[in-house]
Design a protein around this ligand. Structure first.
Ligand SMILES: [Fe+2]
Ligand SMILES: [Fe+2]
Length: 177
């Protein structure tokens, strides 16, 4: 197996692990009656599975082997919504770092098709980190004010919470699924 194929397969674990932990977060947020936050994390969980599917399709199309990873059971509860989003942000930064390493490997191997596939992920990670950073900043502003937390939850329900992030970065159209 090529080093790059092995590395892409190893990266799949990060995407599936993110999907699984975002699902767990969505459950906890639902238990806290934060339906907007919960819905948002459920859609992030689906997105992560989509990311894994994108890389799997690439491997199959290039006649490379896919080895599905073992996924650990994620944490089940958090001390606060802010602590939860701290974890989201850390997890996204780890994914970005892994994508960058894959890119460097594709470059050094002269694998132009892998670089083209990874371009989409580079853009997607800008959006993902921007979203996590935005939510964290809002939560810090909200502090202990539950009315502010509930307002943000309502904006997630209405689908308007991320409007300014997508407009500001202009990556909304390129990213997505
Ligand atoms: Fe992802
Ligand atoms: Fe992500």
């Amino acid at each position: 197996m090529k080093d790059l194929t092995r590395a892409i397969n190893a990266h799949l674990e990060l995407e599936f692990q993110a999907s699984y932990s975002y699902l767990s977060m969505s459950i906890w947020l639902r238990e806290m009656d934060l339906a907007g936050f919960s819905h948002y994390m459920l859609s992030k969980s689906d997105e992560e599975r989509g990311h894994a599917a994108r890389m799997i399709a690439y491997l199959v199309d290039c006649d490379e082997q896919v080895l599905l990873p073992m996924i650990q059971s994620p944490p089940r509860q958090w001390q606060s919504v802010q602590q939860l989003f701290d974890q989201v942000f850390e997890q996204e930064k780890a994914v970005t770092a892994s994508i960058n390493r894959l890119y460097a490997l594709a470059d050094s191997d002269g694998e132009r098709s892998a670089a083209a596939m990874l371009d989409w992920f580079v853009t997607e990670q800008i959006q993902e980190e921007a979203e996590a950073r935005f939510v964290l900043k809002r939560l810090r502003l909200a502090g202990d004010n539950s009315a502010a937390l509930l307002l943000l939850d309502q904006q997630f329900l209405e689908g308007t919470a991320m409007a300014s992030v997508k407009l500001a970065t202009g990556y909304g159209a390129a990213a997505g699924a």
